[in-house]
Design a protein around this ligand. Structure first.
Ligand SMILES: CC(C)(COP(=O)(O)OP(=O)(O)OC[C@H]1O[C@@H](n2cnc3c(N)ncnc32)[C@H](O)[C@@H]1OP(=O)(O)O)[C@@H](O)C(=O)NCCC(=O)NCCS
Length: 146
């Protein structure tokens, strides 16, 4: 009897979840990915004040990647906290998160949105591949308050 060749389909162990991860996971992912650590008060404000957020959980339900958008809902949006747990990097999760955040702006904001981010070196190729470019002749500027 002829048997069809067995095809092995790889199961995607990751699920994208709309919304920020729980506070403890937000703080852990920032720290473990190498972003500057934040305290619980800062994290709670970040989660509550975001316009949009998503995260990715692994097969066991643990958050392993995240990102969020700060926005006025009109035209100005800033993507922040793009971070993937080092044990889960280079599997397309950062791309999945940023693509979802951009899609959400496209879906819910009026046309003509201006989306910014501060592209740290690990994410620069990813952001460029999604259409981000530097702001020259303007200059990204920041002020850190004590
Ligand atoms: C930046 C960051 C979020 C990217 O997360 P990630 O989940 O690894 O992102 P992706 O997997 O989508 O893409 C990263 C790289 O993996 C590659 N990749 C994607 N899927 C892959 C796969 N299956 N196998 C091998 N490589 C893969 C991508 O091509 C990309 O390579 P490139 O940067 O050389 O173009 C992650 O490196 C990180 O958390 N860095 C520390 C925190 C940080 O700097 N965040 C950015 C702040 S602006």
């Amino acid at each position: 009897m002829h048997r069809a060749a067995l095809t092995v389909t790889e199961v995607d162990p990751y699920t994208l979840v709309v919304g920020a991860p729980p506070l403890a996971d937000y703080l852990r992912l920032r720290q473990d990915s190498g972003l500057s650590p934040k305290n619980a008060e800062q994290g709670a404000g970040a989660i509550a004040g975001s316009w949009s957020a998503c995260h990715v959980v692994d097969a066991g339900g643990t958050p392993v990647a995240m990102g969020r958008t700060i926005g006025d809902g009109g035209w100005y949006f800033h993507i922040a906290d793009i971070a993937t747990d080092p044990d889960h990097q280079r599997r397309g999760l950062g791309r999945r998160v940023v693509e979802w955040l951009l899609e959400d702006v496209r879906d819910r904001a009026p046309a003509g949105a201006y989306v910014t981010l501060v592209g740290d070196p690990p994410g620069q190729r990813l952001y460029r591949s999604l259409g981000f470019d530097d702001v020259a002749p303007s200059l990204g500027m920041a002020l850190r308050l004590d």
